[in-house]
Design a protein around this ligand. Structure first.
Ligand code: ZN
Length: 282
C-alpha cells in the first residue's frame, strides 16, 4: 500500500436530516435511493458513507427499519467496500434509545458522536447531555463502533478531550469539524485553523475531517485539503453545487472533491486505506 500521508478520505453525507424534496428533488430519502446513491458515490471515490434515514413522509427520523433496510441494501452490493457511518442524531428531539439502536444492532464501522448540546439553527435544542454522551461512548466501545466526533464549536473538542481522559472515548480519536451550522462556529479558514490547533493540543494524534455549510463550503474544502485533512461532502451539508445551481446528485460533490485532492497532489483514499488511516479493523 502506498504512502497514506498522501491519501485523503472523502466522506459522503447523501441525505442528512434537513433537505426535503422541496429544497431539492435530487436528495435521496428512501432506503433504495440512499443505497444506490452511496454505491454510485463509492464508485466516484467516496470511502465513507455517513447515513441518515427519513420516515415515510420524508421527515428526519431514527426509524430502525429504515436504517436496517438501507444498510442491508448497501451491504448486498458485494463489490462495494465503503465504510458505513450511521448517524446517532438524525434530527432534534429524538429518543435516546432510537438514536442508539441502529449502530448498536447493525454494527457499522463508525457512528457519529455529537460532542455537546447546542442551539440548532436558532429554532431548537440539539441535545447531547453528559449522561447520554457517557452512555453512547460506552456502548460504542462495547460493540466496536468507532465514534466520529462531530464538533460544531471548540467547546465540543474540549468535551471530547474530557471523555478521552475519562475513558468514555478511546484514542486515537477521529473528529468531524462541522463548520458553518447556525448555532455553531462559522465556516472560515481562520476558524478551521483554530479548531484543528485546538484538537491537536488537547487530543494529539487525532485524525480529522471537515465540511462547511453554505457560503463557506468551498473555502473549507480547499483549506482542508491544504491543511492535510479529510473532507465530507454531500447534500446533508449543501444542496447547491455552486451559487444558484442545485446539485444533480451527490456524486458531483464527490467527483469535485476528488479532483481538488488530485490537483493538490494527493489521492482519494480507498475504503481499505481509510480503514488504515482511521485505525479500523481490516
Ligand atoms: Zn449527519
Amino acid at each position: 500500500m502506498s504512502d497514506l500521508k498522501n491519501k485523503r478520505i472523502i466522506t459522503v453525507a447523501t441525505t442528512g436530516a434537513w433537505p426535503t424534496k422541496e429544497n431539492t428533488p435530487n436528495v435521496p430519502l428512501e432506503p433504495e435511493e440512499i443505497a444506490e446513491e452511496v454505491y454510485a458515490c463509492w464508485k466516484e471515490g467516496a470511502a465513507v458513507a455517513h447515513i441518515h434515514v427519513r420516515d415515510d413522509e420524508g421527515r428526519a427520523a431514527m426509524e430502525f427499519g429504515k436504517f436496517q433496510k438501507t444498510v442491508e441494501l448497501i451491504r448486498a452490493k458485494k463489490d462495494c467496500d465503503i465504510i458505513l457511518n450511521l448517524t446517532t442524531s438524525g434530527g432534534v428531539g429524538l429518543k435516546e434509545e432510537d438514536r442508539i439502536r441502529p449502530f448498536y444492532e447493525l454494527k457499522p464501522e463508525m457512528a457519529s458522536y455529537d460532542c455537546g448540546t447546542m442551539n440548532w439553527l436558532h429554532t431548537s435544542v440539539f441535545e447531547n447531555n453528559p449522561a447520554f454522551l457517557e452512555k453512547l461512548g460506552g456502548l460504542m466501545q462495547e460493540v466496536g463502533v468507532k465514534p466520529e466526533i462531530e464538533a460544531f464549536d471548540p467547546g465540543m473538542i474540549y468535551n471530547a478531550a474530557y471523555y478521552l481522559k475519562k475513558g468514555v472515548l478511546k484514542a486515537p480519536l477521529h473528529f468531524q469539524l462541522c463548520m458553518g451550522c447556525a448555532g455553531g462556529i462559522a465556516a472560515s479558514v481562520k476558524n478551521l485553523v483554530f479548531m484543528k490547533e485546538t484538537m491537536d493540543s488537547v487530543a494529539p494524534g487525532s485524525t480529522w475531517s471537515t465540511f462547511g455549510v453554505g457560503a463557506g463550503a468551498m473555502e473549507i474544502l480547499y483549506a482542508a485539503v491544504a491543511m492535510g485533512g479529510n473532507v465530507r461532502v454531500g447534500m446533508e451539508d449543501n444542496v447547491l453545487y455552486k451559487k444558484g445551481v442545485i446539485a444533480e446528485n451527490n456524486m458531483v460533490f464527490v467527483a469535485r472533491a476528488k479532483r481538488i485532492i488530485e490537483e493538490f497532489g494527493c489521492e482519494a483514499a480507498t475504503p481499505a486505506e481509510a480503514r488504515q488511516i482511521l485505525g479500523l479493523a481490516q
